[in-house]
Ligand binder design. Structure first.
Ligand code: ADP
Ligand code: 5GP
Length: 199
């Protein structure tokens, strides 16, 4: 059996653009793609499960892991409110075994990842109109108005940084955006076939 090489995929975009929605659908369709579960000090939202959506850590535990060098990147997102980070243990063993690993992280985290893995396939999801972000965040109903304001401020900064990414995908229709992301991965060499995708 030919073992294909592992690869990192980075999915980013402003809060509310639809990253989690697209990722959920992508993982459902491409079962060989492995999500990296990030660690965060943010409290879980209703419906979020520890070890599935995030590793939810108390601030002290996050700091201990940071000091121990367990993160390949980490940063404070949204006005220094919460820490988010990618644990080395979520990524390196999978890459070593030839897996494709997908990270859903912010722009700052992406720049750290690119410094270490310049071949990473980077995808920025953007709205056709920035006004959609506020509508979607309000519609999702998981943040306070103040938190939505903060996320929108960061979003406008992030939208100006999309040039750091190799690929950009507009999420107007989820189906179209999903199809575009799948095409990007397949063209980059991803195979969802378990006989050719790494075991
Ligand atoms: P993110 O993970 O980028 O913060 P979510 O995936 O949570 O965004 O999406 C934010 C909200 O927008 C959710 O309520 C989701 O159902 C909705 N949404 C996602 N994609 C679209 C789309 N293309 N059109 C309309 N609403 C969308
Ligand atoms: P949320 O709180 O909505 O789940 O995520 C907030 C932001 O944090 C999103 O932009 C998301 O991409 C980013 N994020 C989630 N996990 C990580 C991570 O491990 N590292 C970095 N740098 N950003 C992350």
């Amino acid at each position: 059996m030919v073992q294909s090489e592992g690869q990192l995929v980075v999915l980013s975009g402003p809060s509310g653009v639809g990253k989690s929605t697209l990722l959920r659908r992508l993982l459902n369709d491409f079962s060989a793609l492995i999500p990296s579960i990030s660690a965060t000090t943010r409290p879980p939202r209703d419906g979020e499960a520890p070890g599935v959506d995030y590793h939810f850590l108390p601030p002290q535990e996050f700091e201990n892991k940071r000091n121990a060098g367990e993160f390949i990147e980490c940063c404070q997102v949204y006005g220094r409110e919460y820490w988010y980070g990618t644990l080395e243990g979520e990524v390196t063993p999978r890459l070593t075994h030839g897996k494709w690993v997908i990270l859903e992280i912010d722009v700052e985290g992406t720049l750290s990842i690119l410094a270490r893995y310049p071949q990473a396939v980077t995808i920025f999801v953007e709205p056709s109109d920035p006004a959609h972000l506020e509508e979607r965040l309000r519609g999702r109903g998981t943040e306070t108005l103040e938190a939505i304001e903060r996320r929108l401020e960061v979003a406008h900064r992030e939208l100006r940084q999309s040039g750091h990414y190799r690929h950009r995908v507009v999420n107007d229709s989820v189906d179209t955006a999903l199809a575009n992301i799948k095409t990007i991965l397949l063209e980059a060499g991803f195979s969802n076939d378990p006989t050719t995708a790494s075991a």
